[in-house]
Design a protein around this ligand. Structure first.
Ligand code: SF4
Ligand code: SF4
Length: 200
């Protein structure tokens, strides 16, 4: 009696025998069949891509490849992208230099120097707030730990790079200048250019 766990596609099922047919024994026929299919797809995609690119027929899309960087896939709203520091109405950082983010950061890539805030109602403000993005693992713990909602990872900026390790250190001024991404996660701020890539 056949086991109750024996599936329909097991080799014991005579209808699904793994024996090859005569055509499969001659691999060349299968290879030519595959080349024919690939060739047809290639020329069909090329024709549609030509219509899309030259004749601007939007509905005629060729290959499914996204033409990055001219086209971008919509980003998920919960994507963790480049950090930014949130500003108060007067433009000063909302951050109160409590060091929570620096403490919780598993990569030890946040460096804060606190100073007195000119407003007596606010105890402290960061004099210096650096993030070494060469070390950051984009875990988002700093955002979660912040009691002031002063740091966010919602710029939508992913294409930041540098020729040196020092160029990956983003300062308070750079982080304060960034804005939140727009709809679909499209960045609204230009990608910050590190010091080692700026024109002399
Ligand atoms: S995302 Fe994670 S690793 Fe990066 S700065 Fe924040 S806490 Fe540190
Ligand atoms: S946790 Fe928030 S308020 Fe505290 S130092 Fe970090 S960014 Fe500033």
């Amino acid at each position: 009696m056949a086991s109750q766990y024996q599936g329909a596609n097991t080799p014991a099922d005579p209808k699904h025998s793994s024996r090859l047919g005569l055509r499969q024994h001659f691999y060349l026929a299968e290879v030519f069949g595959g080349l024919k299919l690939t060739g047809l797809r290639f020329f069909a995609n090329m024709w549609r891509h030509t219509l899309h690119t030259i004749f601007r027929i939007k509905s005629a899309r060729g290959a499914v490849t996204i033409q990055y960087p001219d086209e971008r896939r919509p980003y998920a709203t919960r994507l963790r992208s480049l950090h930014r520091l949130v500003r108060r109405e007067d433009g000063s950082p909302r951050c109160v230099a409590c060091m929570m983010c620096e403490t919780v950061c598993p990569a030890h890539c946040i460096y804060i120097v606190a100073t007195e805030h000119p407003n007596p109602e606010i105890e402290k403000v960061p004099e210096r707030f650096d993030i070494d993005l060469g070390k950051c693992v984009f875990c988002g713990y700093c955002v979660q730990a912040c009691p002031e909602d002063a740091i966010r990872m919602d710029t939508g900026i992913l294409e930041f790079s540098s020729y040196s390790r020092g160029g990956m250190i983003y300062t308070k001024e750079t982080l304060l200048a960034l804005e939140a991404a727009g709809p679909n996660g499209v960045p609204t701020s230009p990608v910050p250019i590190p010091a080692d890539r700026r024109a002399p």
